[in-house]
Design a protein around this ligand. Structure first.
Ligand SMILES: NC(=O)c1ccc[n+]([C@@H]2O[C@H](COP(=O)([O-])OP(=O)(O)OC[C@H]3O[C@@H](n4cnc5c(N)ncnc54)[C@H](OP(=O)(O)O)[C@@H]3O)[C@@H](O)[C@H]2O)c1
Length: 368
C-alpha cells in the first residue's frame, strides 16, 4: 500500500537535494539490514534548505507503528524496500523554514504532515519520518489545531484515519449500532471508540489484558460503553460469546473492527456477529487456526479487509477531506489522541521493544 507520492527531494520541482546548509545537524534513523533493533542506526546529515514551494519541518513528534517494526524485520517490503531505508509513516512539528513562493505557512507554524507525504516511491525508500527535520512540498502539511500538544502532532493518522476511514467512510456506522473493538487499548482501538461515539454507536472494548480495564475506564479518550476481557488472567482464551450476546440483548454485534481476526478469535466473532453484520479485519495480530464460516451464510454477514491505503487510493480530495474532519473534531475536543509513551529518537530501539511488549495504552511517539 505504501507506494504513493513521497517527498523524494530530488524528484520535486524546485528541490535542491544537494543544496544544503552545513550549520545545523539533521538526524535520521537508518535501518542497515533486516533484523533486530540493533539494525537501526542514527546518522547525522546537514539540514536541508527548502527549494521553491517547499518547507522544512522540525519534527516534534513521530508516531510509532507496528508497520515500522514489520518493515525493520523484513516482513513488510512494500513499505521498506531494500535496506538501507528510513522508517516512519507519520510526523508533525514546527515549520523551520520556507522556500520561495510559499505563502500558505510560515516559519514557526505548528503543522501535521499529510498522510501521503511520507509514502515511499519506487525511487526513494529514505523518505520515512524517523528524523529530526523533514523537507516536503508546502501543500503536504495541515495547520495543527491549537489544542493538540506538540508530542501528538505526529501520531494522528494511523489511529484516526484508519478508524474514521473504515467506520465512517466505508461502513457508515449508524446511531445505536453495536461496534466491538478488539485491542481496545491500542491507539487505533481508542480512536475507533471515539469515532464510534461520534456516530452515536455503542462501542464495546475488547482487550487481551484484563488488568488494563480499570485504567481504560478512567480515561476520557476511551469512551467504551462496555468492556470484555478476551483472555483469562492465566493467559488462556476466554469464551466471550455469551458476554456479547448478553451485552447486545441477544442481537449480536453489528460491526467488528478487528486487528486480531484469526483462529479461535475470528471463529467467535462469526458466532457473535449480528444478522447482516460486518467483521472488518485490519491487522495481523492473531495466530492462525481453524475457523467455521458457515454461520455467515445464515446471517447474511460478511468479513472484509480494511487498510488505510483504501481511502488514500480514493484520491486527495477524499483523504484530505477526512483529515480535515478529524482535525476539526480534535479542535472541538471530540477526538483526543492518548499518548501511551514517548521516547527520544535516539532510543528508537527501546521504543520498538516497548511496542512489541504491548503493555502500553495509546500511542507511542518518538521525540527527535
Ligand atoms: N489496516 C491498516 O491500515 C492499519 C493501520 C494502522 C494500524 N494497523 C494495525 O492495527 C493494529 C494496532 O495498531 P496500533 O498502532 O494501534 O498498536 P498498539 O497501540 O501497539 O496496540 C497493540 C495492542 O494490540 C493488542 N494485541 C497485541 N497482540 C495481540 C494479540 N496477539 N492478540 C490480540 N490482541 C493483541 C494489545 O491490546 P490489548 O492489551 O488491549 O488487547 C496491544 O496493546 C496493528 O496490528 C497494526 O498493524 C492497521
Amino acid at each position: 500500500m505504501h507506494t504513493r507520492d513521497a517527498p523524494d527531494a530530488a524528484a520535486l520541482p524546485g528541490a535542491r537535494a544537494t543544496c544544503i546548509s552545513e550549520e545545523t545537524a539533521l538526524v535520521r534513523v537508518v535501518v542497515r539490514g533486516f533484523g533486530g533493533v540493533e539494525q537501526m542506526e542514527l546518522v547525522e546529515e546537514p539540514t536541508p534548505v527548502p527549494g521553491a514551494g517547499q518547507v522544512v519541518v522540525r519534527l516534534t513528534s513521530i508516531g510509532l507503528n507496528h508497520a515500522d517494526l514489520m518493515a525493520r524485520k523484513g516482513e513488510y517490503r512494500l513499505y521498506s524496500g531494500d535496506p538501507p531505508f528510513t522508517p516512519g509513516l507519520e510526523g508533525g512539528g514546527v515549520v523551520e523554514s520556507v522556500g520561495e513562493g510559499v505563502d500558505t505557512v510560515r516559519a514557526g507554524d505548528r503543522v501535521v504532515l499529510t498522510p501521503e507525504a511520507p509514502r515511499r516511491t519506487t525511487r526513494s525508500n529514505t523518505c520515512g519520518t524517523y528524523r529530526s527535520h523533514y523537507l516536503l512540498p508546502a501543500d503536504k502539511v495541515f495547520a495543527a489545531p491549537a489544542n493538540l500538544p506538540d508530542e501528538a502532532l505526529g501520531g494522528l493518522w494511523l489511529p484516526f484515519l484508519t478508524a474514521y476511514g473504515c467506520l465512517v467512510w466505508r461502513q457508515q456506522l449508524r446511531e445505536g449500532q453495536f461496534v466491538a473493538i478488539p485491542a481496545a487499548s491500542s491507539s487505533v482501538g481508542l480512536a475507533a471508540a471515539q469515532v464510534a461515539r461520534g456516530c452515536g454507536a455503542i462501542p464495546i472494548g475488547m482487550t487481551t489484558s484484563p488488568s488494563k480495564i480499570d485504567r481504560l475506564r478512567a480515561m476520557p479518550e476511551a469512551p467504551f460503553e462496555h468492556f470484555i476481557a478476551t483472555r483469562n488472567a492465566d493467559g488462556s482464551d476466554a469464551d466471550w460469546y455469551h458476554e456479547v450476546r448478553r451485552l447486545t440483548h441477544g442481537k449480536g454485534v453489528d460491526v467488528f473492527f478487528d486487528p486480531v481476526a484469526s483462529g479461535f478469535f475470528l471463529d467467535t466473532e462469526i458466532r457473535s456477529v449480528a444478522n447482516y453484520g460486518t467483521i472488518w479485519v485490519y491487522g495481523l495480530l492473531g495466530q492462525p487456526g481453524k475457523v467455521d464460516v458457515t454461520p455467515l451464510i445464515r446471517k447474511h454477514a460478511s468479513i472484509r479487509g480494511w487498510v488505510l491505503g483504501e481511502i488514500m487510493d480514493a484520491g486527495l480530495d477524499t483523504v484530505h477531506g477526512a483529515c480535515r474532519e478529524i482535525l476539526d473534531q480534535i479542535a472541538a475536543g471530540a477526538y483526543r489522541l492518548p499518548i501511551g509513551g514517548t521516547f527520544p529518537l535516539a532510543e528508537v530501539g527501546r521504543a520498538h521493544e516497548e511496542m512489541e511488549r504491548g503493555r502500553h495504552i495509546g500511542k507511542l511517539v518518538l521525540i527527535p
